[in-house]
Design a protein around this ligand. Structure first.
Ligand code: ADP
Ligand code: MG
Length: 591
């Protein structure tokens, strides 16, 4: 071959290799452009992990009609004029090569209207060649749709990872942007379903809750620190959140760093974060953090790499110290102030429960405390524990926590009255049954022995996009509880069976779904599994007002006697009231 100058299109295709590695690179560049254009709302849509289509819509400034062609040309940018400008960069883009690279390796469609112009432009390009261009009416902002990425560069196409891997890259990227720009609303639609949404209310904490869930977020502490260079007085600010030492991961990928609003990779600063936890973490465990590092623009060189993910600092030690110190201070402060990462559920007696009963009786209300299963069992009952009863021969899975009770009857279709060696017991049938079902569900879950009972006919439930997303995250957990549920269309779920342990006690399987969605819609609870068990047991338990057969009462009491925490329901209500022989005697003035 003789030497020839390459055509612009071929040059752009070759150059594209550097900036556009995968669908996520397109998303990154387009979102950066939207943010640089001052968008307060950015919507990203992908089809098939971005291979089929990536569409980014923003409400930013839009591109002026007379500049649209230039925008897609190589090395064309509105963000920088001279090399010196690189020192004062406040924009994410500056190299002027993203759009030209993207259009070179895809079929691109753009609609844009500059906010100061009455009409906008619509334009189609294919492999860098202009196909169509015409004026259109459109809201201010830009919609860029990139289809069939790498259709003309088969080598690239071959190296794309599995669709799910690409989806994961894109999701991670969008959550990073959402954290770096909490004042911008981000919506991510994946194959037509909403996969992520932030509110844009400027609160990083709110975005983090969306990203990590409330349970995890509660184990973060706020970081705030400033470091000043002693010679030139320049200032580095570090803010954000860092995990308490109890929350760790097996790798460093959850140490997220931003410099002046740009996500960066920096092994030295990552090390600074882990150093802040020195001696606090087990070996090979790493913290989670989201840190915003802000410093004068001329103290950081962002033009190190085409993807702009690596930067160079003028005073690297200063930044290192700033990061390490601010994180260390934050975790130490939380330790000393007693701010505890353990949000143990407090089981409190519900006083109103006993009010209907003879209120001047000194009720010996014994509530199960999580630590001591036996401490609240009457001493004579404890002796009984060691006597051989027929049940012991069957080796029940759980030790006794209540003395054996003899059923006397049911009162008011609400309480079971029973007699034990140490007096009389009134058992709230609803609270007790909830406790039993709850522990059984959790037991079966933990041992992986949850059986499913098939429904007579399959049930389908259709939810809103938001609710189906909430439910989708719970499907695995539900399955482990014995709920046979599966995704059946974008927002529809099919339920084919319920846990055998709840014995057909839920007539309308959809109620589980609705209850769970209502519980989880306000964010993830501290203990997802316990919460699911609580919701199911709540629905399946005997209702107040239900007449129980002799057999039902027997089973209820026998099972309650072996609950780990027989004295309270999962939501903290008393399951039983015990009137000791002494108390009864006192009441009847016998002593
Ligand atoms: P860079 O971002 O490095 O300047 P790009 O190739 O990404 O280069 O974009 C070229 C130019 O097109 C930008 O400088 C900007 O003026 C314009 N542009 C691109 N996307 C948008 C957008 N979403 N809104 C407004 N202007 C845009
Ligand atoms: Mg750009």
């Amino acid at each position: 071959m003789s030497i020839q100058r390459l055509s612009d299109i071929v040059i752009a295709q070759i150059a594209a290799g550097e900036v556009i590695e995968r669908p996520a690179s397109v998303v990154k560049e387009l979102v950066e452009n939207a943010l640089d254009a001052g968008a307060t709302s950015v919507q990203v849509e992908t089809v098939q992990g971005g291979r089929r289509r990536i569409r980014v819509s923003d409400n930013g400034s839009g591109i002026p009609n007379d500049q649209i062609e230039l925008a897609f040309a190589q090395h064309a940018t509105s963000k920088l004029r001279t090399a010196e400008d690189l020192q004062q960069l406040i924009t994410l883009g500056f190299r002027g090569e993203a759009l030209s690279s993207i259009v070179a390796v895809s079929r691109t469609h753009v609609m844009t209207r500059h906010r100061d112009e009455p009409t906008g432009t619509e334009m189609s390009l294919e492999g860098g060649a202009l196909i169509r261009q015409q004026p259109i009416g459109a809201p201010a902002g830009t919609i860029l749709s990139v289809e069939d990425l790498f259709f003309n560069t088969p080598a690239r196409l071959k190296f794309l990872k599995k669709e799910n891997t690409e989806k994961r890259y894109i999701s991670t990227l969008i959550t990073r942007f959402a954290m770096a720009y909490p004042g911008t609303q981000f919506v991510y639609m994946q194959d037509g379903r909403e996969a992520f949404r932030s509110t844009g209310n400027t609160q990083l904490a709110d975005v983090m809750v969306k990203v990590y869930g409330i349970k995890t977020f509660k184990q973060f502490v706020e970081v705030h620190g400033t470091e000043i260079h002693k010679d030139n007085q320049s200032e580095v600010q570090v803010s954000g959140y860092a995990s308490l030492p109890d929350l760790t991961r097996g790798d460093r990928t959850h140490i997220t760093l931003f410099v002046n609003g740009r996500w960066i990779q920096d092994s030295s600063l990552t090390y600074a974060v882990t150093q802040a936890y020195h001696t606090l973490l087990p070996p090979n465990r790493y913290p989670l953090s989201v840190l915003m590092i802000n410093l004068p623009t001329d103290h950081v060189d962002v033009n190190v790499h085409p993807t702009k993910a690596e930067v160079r600092f003028r005073y690297p030690e200063l930044i290192f110290t700033a990061v390490q110190r601010s994180v260390r201070n934050a975790i130490m402060a939380s330790h000393s102030s007693g701010e505890s990462p353990n949000f143990t559920r407090q089981v409190t007696p519900d006083a109103s429960r006993s009010e209907g009963w003879n209120s001047h009786i000194q009720l010996d209300l014994k509530l199960g405390s999580e630590e001591s299963n036996f401490s609240n069992v009457d001493s004579d009952a404890r002796l009984q524990e060691h006597a051989t009863t027929p049940e012991d021969l069957n080796r029940p899975r759980h030790p006794r926590t209540l003395p054996p009770l003899r059923i006397i009857g049911q009162v008011g279709a609400m309480y079971v009255v029973a007699e034990g060696p140490a007096g009389m017991y009134l058992i709230d049938q609803n609270a007790a049954h909830q406790r039993i079902l709850y522990e059984t569900l959790l037991d079966n879950y933990a041992s992986g022995t949850a059986d499913t009972r098939r429904l007579q006919s399959d049930q389908t439930v259709t939810l809103s996009a938001r609710d189906s997303q909430i439910l989708e995250r719970l499907v695995t957990t539900l399955t482990k509880f014995g709920v046979d549920i599966e995704n059946f269309g974008p927002v529809t779920f099919r339920i084919r069976g319920l846990p055998a342990s709840i014995e057909n006690r839920i007539q309308e399987p959809a109620t589980i779904v609705h209850k769970l969605v209502a519980t989880f819609v306000n964010g993830d609870p501290d203990d997802e599994i316990a919460t699911v068990a609580q919701d199911i047991s709540n629905l399946a338990a005997y209702r107040t007002g239900q007449i129980l057969s002799e057999q039902q009462m027997q089973t209820l009491i026998r099972r309650l006697e072996r609950c780990e925490n027989p004295h309270s329901s999962p939501d903290g209500r008393a399951t039983l009231i015990h009137l000791s022989g002494d108390q009864l005697a006192r009441e009847f003035a016998r002593s």
